[in-house]
Design a protein around this ligand. Structure first.
Ligand SMILES: *Cc1c(COP(=O)(O)O)cnc(C)c1O
Length: 307
């Protein structure tokens, strides 16, 4: 079982508040199947192989870390991959889309096929009829939900924490679909508190996580740091990520880990954590998204991420 290294962060604020912050570098676990996406795919790929299925189908937005990771995993482990991508306009001129979008270009180079669907159709993706229609079109395939989250993904994410990590009071992790935090909650000890930082708006995640995790665990979602919603970003966040990189040489991604680290530092500042508490922040990767984000920032004439 693979484990990533823990790296301690030193800065004035942490010293002043007497808080220990350590980053678990899951971003380093694989260059292309990064961070939690590796954990989430691992047992799903084994299961697809066991079932004798050669085709993997999954879903994502045009800059999805999951789509990027899946395409590479498919190439490496001998699966055909199909990505169902949100935004039918992207399919109008595939050449142009690939020229402009580094995530989809990478996936395409790994042999992934795409099916671009409208936002309305994409919303129906968990409807059994959608799956049936796809099955009659494509034949048998192994289905991986959006963001890669299912029970096997959670099982994989239970391997992120090691016994050595039981010494931390808090474990912090970014939240999208809630799969990663569910695995972490299941593996955390009853004395530890898991804090989730959703990167999107909405209170629906609590119920999903509750259903996927063991009772009696201490966890909480902190909704104050989504910066307006999924993939929304502002100048403050950009300069925070750039400063953090300058100070630590640790790159954060703008969609998940950057927002979480901003939140952690803000909470430290506000004395959310008692003196002498220790925090393990799980760096779930996502750095492939930086290039695409910078293209969008450039268009909006905002400062760029420099990580
Ligand atoms: C996908 C992703 C997440 C969210 O994981 P979930 O299991 O969907 O909650 C967090 N961080 C990064 C970098 C990701 O790519």
């Amino acid at each position: 079982m693979e484990s990533s290294r823990n790296q301690i962060i030193n800065n004035k604020l942490l010293d002043e508040k007497g808080v220990t912050l350590v980053i678990k570098r899951e971003d380093e676990i694989h260059p292309y199947i990064s961070g939690n996406k590796y954990r989430k795919l691992k047992y799903n790929l084994e299961e697809a192989k066991k079932q004798g299925l050669k085709n993997l189908v999954s879903f994502g937005g045009a800059y999805s870390n999951h789509i990027s990771a899946l395409s590479y995993a498919g190439k490496k482990y001998g699966f055909e991959t199909l990505g169902i991508i949100r935004g039918d306009e992207l399919g109008d001129d595939l050449e142009k889309t690939l020229a402009q979008n580094p995530t989809l270009r990478f996936a395409h180079e790994n042999g992934m096929k795409f099916k671009f669907v409208s936002r309305e159709a994409y919303r129906e993706k968990d409807n059994p009829d959608f799956k049936k229609a796809l099955q009659s079109e494509l034949g048998e395939f192994y289905w991986i939900p959006e963001g890669g989250t299912n029970d096997l993904a959670i099982k994989g994410c239970e391997e992120i924490l090691t016994d050595n990590d039981k010494k931390f009071d808090f474990i912090c992790v970014a939240v999208g679909t809630g799969g990663t935090i569910s695995g972490i909650i299941n593996k955390a000890s009853d004395q530890q508190t898991v804090l989730g930082f959703p990167s999107l708006k909405g209170e629906f995640l609590e119920a999903i996580i509750k259903e996927k995790t063991m009772p009696g665990k201490q966890w909480k979602l902190i909704h104050a740091y989504h910066f307006g919603g999924y993939a929304k970003i502002n100048k403050n966040l950009i300069s925070f990520i750039n400063d953090f990189y300058q100070q630590t040489a640790i790159p954060l991604d703008p969609v998940y880990t950057g927002k979480m680290m901003f939140g952690i530092m803000d909470l430290v500042q506000k004395d959310f954590f008692n003196r002498n508490s220790s925090i393990l922040m799980v760096h779930t990767g996502g750095l492939q998204g930086v290039e695409g984000m910078n293209q969008r920032l450039l268009k909006k004439k905002l400062p760029l991420l420099d990580v």
